[in-house]
Design a protein around this ligand. Structure first.
Ligand code: AR6
Length: 175
């Protein structure tokens, strides 16, 4: 059975060990999936984010930090920061997006997470091209799973139809 699954919908509803948040370097919340997670997860998540921010000054692009899931059905929220798409240095942006997926998975492993759900990091407000981001996300998750048997399930939770179709197509062609 495959360990990667694509879902269409709202990541905040999932009962998994960890959901990943597409946050920003401030860790203080924002729009998109970040806003949805903080709204539904309640103030505890923001308090924990503020404590991390006080300790280490936020979260750099491509890095990840972890909090509890607050009122969510998920035990943990892993907050990572994807790159903002821009006209230059696309290779560097690719690396930063790959780092966001890899570092989130590494942190999950440290916290004995066996089921984890990712949104399509950077493909909303940050404007990363969706096909390019999907290739990177799938490649990083597949590479990680090959090396790490303890992660039982990774969900790609796609909010929009374009991402959902991209993931379905890419994963079907690689199975
Ligand atoms: N569940 C799953 N996916 C969602 C949800 C949801 N509830 N809501 C949106 N998406 P974005 P970014 C999708 O903009 O591009 C915030 O202000 C959305 O359709 O949330 O990494 C942060 O604070 C898109 O495919 O994140 C940062 O400042 C994907 O999630 C900035 O946005 C990511 O879109 C981060 O931008």
């Amino acid at each position: 059975m495959t360990r990667i699954e694509v879902l269409r919908g709202d990541i905040t509803t999932l009962a998994v060990d960890a959901i990943v948040n597409a946050a920003n370097t401030s860790l203080l919340g924002g729009g998109g999936v970040d806003g949805a997670i903080h709204r539904k997860g309640g103030p505890k998540i923001l308090e924990e984010c503020k404590a991390i921010r006080n300790r280490q000054g936020g979260c750099a692009t491509g890095e990840a930090v972890i909090t509890s899931g607050g009122n969510l059905n998920a035990k943990f929220v892993i907050h990572t920061v994807g790159p903002v798409w821009s006209g230059v240095d696309h290779g560097k942006l690719d690396v930063l997006l790959a780092n966001a997926y890899r570092n989130s998975l590494a942190l999950a492993l440290q916290h004995n997470v066996t089921t984890i759900a990712f949104p399509n990091i950077s493909t909303g407000i940050y404007g990363f091209p969706k096909p390019r981001a999907a290739e990177i996300a799938i490649r990083e998750v597949q590479n990680f799973l090959t090396k790490q048997p303890t992660i039982a399930k990774v969900f790609f939770v796609c909010f929009d139809e374009e991402n959902f179709d991209l993931y379905e197509t890419l994963l079907t062609s690689r199975r």
